[in-house]
Design a protein around this ligand. Structure first.
Ligand code: ARG
Length: 272
């Protein structure tokens, strides 16, 4: 069953708009918050962060940004599978004619960097939209980005995913939990949390459940710093490697409800 809770936690920007629901729970979050609780990021420090864009579908005021993505090879970008869902795009990815990534640009209204069309999209066949498990897709770009944009990906057993590791999340999403979307890239420092922290927050049998084999738990144990709506598909970086993709959570920045990320090392097939 998909009640309001499931909708609120599962959705990308488009889903939330379509559902016209309240996206945040009862606890207030800091008003200056990212990505909630963070600060501005320089694209030169994080050249692997890209915005997914369709002005046709999402309008031009924020360059059509609706999700994040990560450059893992000159022509390959990882994002969340749910960002390419029918509820978000209104159809199949190939039907969104102007679907593109914006790379090398922190300011969505600016001119810097480049916009590159997507020529192919591989959605993880094991992605389950009702449980959010396996929330990963690989986009192929029509033109190659500079090799210097590429970030390495954590592979199984990578110590960077161990609980307690500091991690940075990046995005252009909601900075307050109230629908105030950033026009400039932001980042927040969180930490990889033990699976138990998310199992407690999102137990089996209570809406969407956390599972540590395909998901990674991260947040600020004191709350206030987190990803939020519109950040989905964007990177969680620890130890200089990509360990997670923003996937879901209940509210944003609540200490008792950490962020849930796609566990990239477990979900990304080795051939990529
Ligand atoms: N599902 C959201 C999106 O599509 C991401 C939510 C992340 N939430 C969190 N509290 N970390 O943008």
């Amino acid at each position: 069953m998909r009640g309001p809770f499931a909708r609120a936690v599962a959705g990308a920007l488009g889903v939330i708009v379509a559902a016209a629901g309240q996206v945040v729970g009862a606890s207030p979050v800091a008003a200056d918050s990212v990505v909630v609780g963070g600060g501005p990021a320089r694209i030169t420090d994080a050249p692997w962060v890209v915005a997914l864009s369709s002005r046709d579908r999402f309008g031009g005021t924020r360059a059509g940004q609706f999700c994040g993505g990560v450059v893992v090879a000159p022509t390959k970008v990882l994002t969340a599978a749910h960002c390419l869902g029918r509820e978000v795009l209104g159809g199949e990815p190939w039907q969104v004619r102007d679907l593109a990534v914006i790379a090398g640009r922190a300011e969505l209204r600016g001119e810097g960097g480049q916009e590159v069309r997507i020529s192919d999209a591989w959605v993880n066949p094991d992605y389950d939209p009702t449980t959010n498990s396996g929330d990963l897709a690989v986009l192929t770009l029509a033109n190659a980005l500079p090799g210097s944009y590429v970030i390495g990906v954590a592979r199984p057993g990578d110590a960077a995913q161990a609980p307690g590791t500091p991690a940075d999340v990046y995005g252009w999403g909601d900075t307050s939990g109230n629908g105030s979307y950033a026009s400039t890239l932001r980042t927040a420092r969180v930490e990889v949390l033990p699976d138990a922290a998310c199992e407690r927050a999102y137990p089996q049998g209570g809406g969407v459940a956390y599972r540590g084999d395909t998901m990674l738990c991260a947040g600020d144990p004191r709350g206030g710093k987190d990803a939020c709506q519109g950040d989905s598909g964007g990177p969680l970086v620890a130890g200089g490697r990509l360990v997670g993709l923003v996937s879901w959570g209940s509210g944003c920045g609540q200490p008792e409800n950490p962020g849930v990320y796609t566990r990239v090392s477990a979900v990304l097939p080795e051939r990529f």
